[in-house]
Design a protein around this ligand. Structure first.
Ligand code: SF4
Ligand code: SF4
Ligand code: SF4
Length: 253
């Protein structure tokens, strides 16, 4: 039987989500028994041309050249998947969207003549996307679940609830209630096992908005508890500020 062909593309990103694929090391050989990693520049010396069955796209789209590469990826992949929060929502690169482009660029580059960056968006701003694997970085378990589900032809498990639910299942003390910390757990998609609150750090919202997230209510509640407007705004804009839900949360304060 022919194995499904997988392509991994990199746009504007830190490569951390691609690294998570390689970090599947203990089961990577099993995975390679089930799929053909045909195009993966970070892992292969020579890469094979499309078409591919599954395309995993890492990174936000922040320039014209990436828009063209993304459109080509869409054409050559049967399923196109946003790999990690940069590709899902713009992620960390979208922090730059809240200041004038030239101001941000001049902080990084001496010579701006060759720099033509655009507003950072997730990939579905430009092309249709079939699945979203959230997180910064993406969750290995969800990535594997997605690949297995695709191979079996079933729908992957999508978590409808928030990080708070996982936090309670871990019997954590609430950092918002006890420490007055800004925590986006109530409005953020579960799936990380409440990784940060379980280690004493509030949730930064890296997985983006949960279903029916009432970000305005959360923002207003935080303000009423004396938390600072600009801090709340920065939290909402850190990973998924381009989503309507987190955008509303940022603007509510
Ligand atoms: S989602 Fe996070 S880990 Fe993945 S590429 Fe973007 S910044 Fe890196
Ligand atoms: S610490 Fe954060 S994630 Fe945990 S219950 Fe409190 S608000 Fe929710
Ligand atoms: S707790 Fe929040 S910030 Fe931490 S990994 Fe989970 S979703 Fe991301």
């Amino acid at each position: 039987m022919t194995k499904p062909r997988v392509a991994v593309y990199k746009m504007s990103s830190c490569a951390g989500c691609q690294l998570e694929i390689l970090n599947l090391e203990p089961i990577l050989l099993d995975l390679l028994g089930a799929v053909e990693l045909s195009y993966f520049v970070m892992a292969r010396r020579e890469n094979e041309p499309g078409p591919y069955d599954i395309g995993l796209v890492e990174g936000a789209i922040t320039c014209g050249e990436e828009i063209e590469r993304l459109k080509k990826a869409r054409q050559e992949c049967h399923l196109l998947v946003a790999l990690g929060s940069c590709a899902c929502y713009g992620g960390l690169p979208s922090i730059k969207n809240w200041q004038p482009q030239r101001v941000v660029e001049s902080r990084v580059y001496d010579n701006l003549a060759a720099i033509h960056s655009t507003t950072a968006y997730g990939i579905d701003y430009y092309v249709p996307v079939d699945a979203y694997l959230k997180g910064c970085p993406v969750s290995r378990e969800e990535l594997l679940d997605f690949i297995k589900s695709t191979l079996l032809g079933v729908r992957p498990y999508l978590r409808p609830h928030s990080v708070c639910v996982e936090c309670k299942l871990h019997e954590n003390v609430c950092l918002f209630v006890t420490d007055g910390a800004i925590c986006l757990g109530p409005v953020t998609t579960a799936g990380c096992g409440a990784l940060c609150p379980s280690r004493g750090k509030p949730c930064d919202g890296c997985r983006g908005p949960a279903n029916d997230a009432n970000t305005v209510s959360l923002a207003q509640t935080m303000v009423s508890h004396g938390l600072h407007h600009s801090d709340i705004m920065r939290y909402f804009r850190k990973f998924a500020g381009m989503t309507p839900e987190f955008s509303k949360g940022a603007e509510a304060v």
